[in-house]
Design a protein around this ligand. Structure first.
Ligand code: UTP
Length: 475
């Protein structure tokens, strides 16, 4: 394929002609690949992006009217709230059983911190069996389908880098018992990495250095992939959105879904009580009457540390990135096949070729990757609803190998959650000091999605206790 003269002049006008330096020496496949990549770049917008995000660090202006967002508490605080939660739970259940809810997992991230060679969702997280992240969700979906007598469609966002291997993984595992037809994979967009000199980086002579465009890319990708059309045709109204790195999340949460619908919210969010002023969670704020999230790194120290008279943090609500999003809201946002969310800059070590075409593996950051974030859609919603949940029941991200938000902490939290369900069902579970389970346990989400299920399970198996130090998986 030759390069069209119009594209060539757009590239030149943006000051990016270096991307064609090796064009004449490429084979046909290489040329085709490069032209295809280049034709997707908005060269007219590129100089502005470089000026705003690369040449300088974007300044996060904290609006003067900023205040902490209020949210529904974990437990209803009065009779009215009690009645509201009951009504919402009932409505959420009804919506699930009527097929008005679909699950959406974002699994397009690169999981660099996890340092795992493969799609994040294929990481073996189960404390006993090494059940993978994808399997946790698949089995959760199976159990909930059974509970609600319905089929739950599951939308999984991949990236260009992991799409093939993700789909192959599901095939290899027989879709974990789900119908192939209920799982819809779709691929997010990419963004080119930009060097500190404002030039697009190239990973090879025939390729730009491209990376996934952030979980904010979900919204447009839903439209472009046909996922939105499919949802509409199947009567899906609410999307239960969660991240692939969080196996603790309930795949559907009736109270959350019902409150979202009852309050007429377009986009809702789960809130966690932060463990301290600097916990690495986005902070729920309100400005101009709209809910927004300010990243932990952008919240000024004084605000992060500010306390209420009772000693609690003023900005106490942190985001675990669990949402319910109305399908209609995504349609509205992406109308005209475009959506402008702000970009977030990340300085990275980006493997590339140098000016002589030789590969370089930089030892320090050499450029910028730009990503958009799903939570930047919150202030675009006319109505939002925030609901606090108990962290131990919804959030155990597995981002690092050890330490905070790690494989270790995630496994411990999965075990603690399973233990507490078994205990609530009357099973004695050995504990060490500090509430740590003194055994290795894993309960299949195919069997137990909540305490009611645990009660039923323990009764059927006549399960009375777990032996101290035992390693046991309940399948
Ligand atoms: P993170 O922000 O933790 O990024 O993603 P990451 O790529 O997974 O990990 P690091 O930063 O490289 O270590 C949070 C969630 O959003 C998804 C991830 O798969 C994860 O579920 N995500 C992130 C996408 O789907 N696409 C993206 O472009 C970025």
């Amino acid at each position: 394929m030759a390069i069209d003269s119009k594209l060539k002049s757009r590239i030149a006008a943006a000051g990016q002609s270096h991307v064609l330096k090796y064009f004449d020496e490429l084979d046909e496949a290489g040329r085709n690949q490069l032209v295809e990549q280049l034709s997707k770049i908005d060269f007219e917008a590129l100089p502005g992006l470089v000026a705003d995000y690369v040449a300088k660090r974007p300044e996060i202006a904290i609006p003067a009217d900023i205040a902490a967002a209020s949210y529904y508490p974990v437990n209803p605080s009065n009779d009215d709230e009690k009645a509201l939660y009951a009504k919402a739970t009932e409505l959420g259940r009804k919506m699930i059983s009527e097929g008005k809810v679909a699950c959406l997992t974002v699994a397009g991230g690169q999981g660099t911190r996890l340092g795992f060679d493969g799609p994040q969702g294929t990481f073996p997280i189960g404390p006993v069996t090494g059940r993978t992240l994808f399997q946790y969700f698949a089995e959760g979906i199976l159990r909930n389908q059974e509970k609600y007598g319905t089929k739950l469609d599951w939308f999984i966002m991949t990236s260009k880098l992991n799409h093939e291997s993700t789909v192959a993984f599901f095939r290899e595992h027989g879709f974990f018992g789900l119908d192939e037809a209920q799982v819809f994979f779709f691929t997010q967009g990419t963004m080119p990495a930009i060097g500190y000199d404002g030039k697009l980086l190239m990973s090879a002579k025939d390729s730009l250095s491209l990376s996934p465009d952030g979980h904010g890319g979900t919204l447009l990708a839903l439209r472009r992939s046909g996922a939105l059309d499919r949802m509409r045709s199947k009567g899906v109204e609410a999307i239960s959105y969660f991240q692939v790195d969080n196996p603790l999340v309930p795949v559907v949460d009736p109270l959350f879904i019902g409150l979202h619908a009852l309050t007429g919210s377009q986009m809702s969010a789960i809130v966690l009580e932060k463990t301290g002023p600097y916990e690495k969670l986005g902070n729920f704020c309100v400005t101009g009457g709209r809910v927004s999230i300010i990243e932990y790194s952008d919240l000024p120290k004084e605000m992060a540390e500010r306390r209420l008279p009772d000693g609690s943090l003023e900005f106490s609500g942190g985001s675990p990135a669990i949402h319910v999003i109305s399908r209609g809201f995504v349609e509205e946002l992406t109308e005209g096949d475009s959506l402008k969310l702000p970009w977030h800059r990340a300085d990275k070590k980006i493997p590339c070729i140098d000016a002589t075409g030789n590969p370089v593996a930089p030892e320090s950051p050499n450029g910028v990757k730009l990503e958009s974030f799903i939570f930047d859609a919150l202030p675009l919603a006319k109505r939002t609803m925030l609901l606090a949940r108990d962290r131990a029941e919804v959030f155990a991200p597995t981002k690092n190998r050890t330490g905070v938000d790690s494989v270790e902490s995630c496994r411990a939290m999965l075990m603690a959650r399973d233990a507490s369900r078994l205990q609530a069902a009357g099973v004695s579970v050995p504990m060490r000091e500090g509430g740590v389970v003194d055994a290795l346990i894993e309960v299949s989400p195919r069997l137990v999605a909540d305490v009611d299920d645990a009660v039923e399970f323990a009764r059927k198996r006549n399960l009375q206790s777990v032996v101290r130090g035992d390693k046991v998986c309940f399948e």
